[in-house]
Design a protein around this ligand. Structure first.
Ligand SMILES: Nc1ncnc2c1ncn2[C@@H]1O[C@H](COP(=O)(O)OP(=O)(O)OP(=O)(O)O)[C@@H](O)[C@H]1O
Ligand SMILES: [Mg+2]
Length: 598
């Protein structure tokens, strides 16, 4: 049962049920099947529907796991529910004919006046004979006002009986999917746990939107842990117990395979997992793990892959791993990997600060950020911060992570991380940098007045000669602000500052240059813009060095000077969906311009 006020979503399913009930009230029998995996909210949905239904007769029964083989178990329940009697005359004998039992159900259905809603929940456990009898009765209903609502984990769980029933009665099947991010948000709020969009997204990904698990975590976890947007979440306790019981009854090889896949991140090449787990019989262990419902096996072009059926299985296995065991496995895994993957394993194996490792992670993160791989860069910056022995340096690295997200234009994620780092952002230590980050965030949030104030302050604190990169970043935001506000002279002034301080950072310099072009175009000086645009011959170099803004900027100038073909070709180079390294921000801008060339 759901607590008052905490029911969320399911609008389409409720609408389908309500429509069907309306038709029934007009004399047309109906059938709606609600299908969904365990814990998806079938029972809750049906309860909700019934509590809102007008005066109708309700007969509610359910399949029981222990009675699947009891012939006419469900039909017997139905007759008793419908007639309100439980004496000997309602007993159904196992050897009765389906037609006979169906006839009795039909009779019982006819005893009421007004519409009846007949609910059969957990139909995956209903005995087949009862379903056949029910089908017999429902097919013979003529104008009797009966709406049948069936809840089931899978339509074909009990063989052919249910699909046939749906077909014969031209019933409607509604498949319940996981809750969406806004619905998870609403659910959390109902449990008194307000979540940012990024935090709700994390909980939704972790639970697959399954209400059962989401509710369990909302009840069990510290709201502060839930409110964070990064880092691991545990599995719900009941689920973790289930997984750990299954592991405990498995073979040692199965347990080792599960542990190895866990430290490898939940998905791994079977060959690698077998090495890390030191398996003698990888195929046997895989078979056992698949049979236990813990993992899936996939044949991929690069080699066979093993992955947990659900993120939560990994979380549950992780919960059960002793730290020493986990560290040893991460170290082993690092030995079989190279590059960033090995580095990540070494970081995961480190539980105390390690300056060398921290420096290595930070260096990798910077390269990734420069190459436009924001998400991994953020992860590596945060790991570098965790392993840094110096509190100030650790804080700088956290701000580097935030800056990377902000520059990638991922507004929701950036806002989420900013909330995680609220303490860092509240500190007055480095007003230039913090002011810049807060100002840029305000811009992403659509608060231009705040943004302008924060950025102007940041500029006051920043010494451009000492911190040219920060100066260029601040100037770039101010020039964009002025561009949007159509203060074109200011926009060009600030864009020139970007170009002056951007130094050898091609992306930054490029953004500055493009803003100058936009400023010139919008202030009615397209010829000057054309003269300052990237020369055609420099296109290949610009693409290679990540100067996408220059290309987008030239596209804009060409668009403005009526060179539509040229504009389209420039903008397409930037929006190319096959190239993930183009920053989202530039792509969006280019897409908007591209639409104007159509
Ligand atoms: N729409 C919803 N809004 C809020 N909470 C929900 C919603 N749906 C489900 N829940 C929560 O999830 C839990 C599991 O839902 P429910 O028991 O309805 O699932 P089910 O699909 O019937 O599962 P089973 O197949 O095991 O019977 C409920 O106890 C309730 O707390
Ligand atoms: Mg249920």
């Amino acid at each position: 049962m759901y607590a008052a006020g905490s029911f969320v979503g399911r609008d389409a399913a409720l609408a389908a049920l309500t429509r069907a009930l309306d038709r029934v009230a007009r004399g047309r029998p109906g059938l709606v099947v609600i299908e969904g995996v365990p814990g998806m909210g079938k029972t809750t949905l049906i309860d909700r529907f019934l509590s809102g239904a007008p005066e109708v007769r309700i007969a509610q029964v359910r399949g029981l796991a222990a009675e699947t083989l009891v012939r006419y178990g469900v039909a017997g329940q139905l007759v008793r529910e419908l007639t309100g009697r439980s004496g000997a005359d309602t007993a159904i004998l196992a050897d009765e004919e389906v037609t006979e039992v169906g006839g009795r159900l039909l009779g019982a259905l006819g005893t009421g006046s007004g519409p009846t809603v007949l609910v059969l929940d957990d139909a995956q456990w209903a005995d087949a004979a009862s379903l056949h009898a029910l089908g017999f009765a429902l097919r013979r209903l003529e104008s009797d006002a009966v709406l049948t609502v069936i809840g089931t984990r899978a339509l074909d769980a009990g063989g052919e009986a249910l699909p046939r029933l749906v077909e014969a009665l031209r019933g409607e099947t509604v498949r319940l999917a996981g809750l969406t991010v806004p619905e998870v948000s609403e659910l959390a709020a109902g449990y008194g746990v307000p979540l940012s969009e990024a935090a709700a997204r994390r909980l939704r990904t972790h639970t697959g939107g399954l209400p059962l698990h989401a509710v369990a975590l909302l009840r069990e976890l510290d709201p502060q842990l839930l409110a964070r947007t990064r880092g691991p979440l545990p599995a719900p306790r009941s689920f973790a117990r289930l997984v750990q019981r299954r592991l405990a009854t498995g073979t040692p090889e199965l347990q080792r395979l599960a542990a190895a896949v866990t430290v490898l991140g939940g998905t791994a090449r079977l060959a690698l997992a077998a090495e890390v787990a030191q398996l003698d019989d990888p195929v046997g262990a895989l078979d056992a793990a698949v049979a236990a419902g813990l993992v899936e096996h996939r044949r991929e072009p690069g080699g066979d892959e093993v992955r947990f059926v659900h993120d939560l299985v990994r979380a549950a296995v992780l919960d059960g791993l002793r730290p020493a065991h986990r560290v040893a496995l991460h170290r082993r895994a690092a030995g079989y990997l190279d590059g960033a993957a090995a580095l990540e394993q070494r970081a995961a194996a480190a539980l105390v600060p390690d300056p060398a490792l921290s420096a290595e992670l930070a260096k990798t993160a910077r390269q990734e950020a420069a190459a436009g791989a924001a998400e991994v860069a953020v992860h590596h910056f945060l790991e570098a911060s965790r392993l840094s022995p110096e509190p100030d340096a650790a804080r700088e690295l956290r701000l580097d992570a935030l800056e990377t997200l902000i520059l990638s234009g991922e507004a929701v994620a950036a806002r989420g991380l900013a909330a995680d780092l609220a303490d860092d952002l509240a500190e007055q230590r480095d007003p230039a940098r913090v002011g810049y980050l807060r100002g840029h965030l305000a811009l992403l949030d659509g608060r231009p007045a705040d943004a302008q104030r924060l950025l102007a302050e940041a500029w006051q604190w920043c010494e451009p000669a000492v911190r040219p990169r920060l100066a260029a970043l601040i100037a770039a935001q101010l020039s964009q602000l002025y561009t949007v506000a159509a203060r074109n002279a200011d926009a060009v002034t600030w864009a020139d500052r970007v170009a002056r301080y951007a130094g050898d950072d091609p992306r930054l310099a490029s953004a500055g240059a493009a803003t100058v072009l936009a400023g010139l175009v919008f202030s009615g000086r397209p010829d000057e813009a054309l003269a300052r645009a990237l020369p055609e011959a420099a296109t290949a170099t610009a693409l290679r060095t990540g100067r996408y803004d220059d290309i987008a900027g030239r596209g804009l100038v060409r668009l403005w000077t009526d060179d539509l073909a040229g504009a389209r070709s420039d903008l397409t180079l930037v929006t190319d969906p096959g190239r993930a390294d183009r920053p989202l921000r530039v792509r969006l801008v280019a897409l908007a311009y591209l639409a104007e060339t159509e």
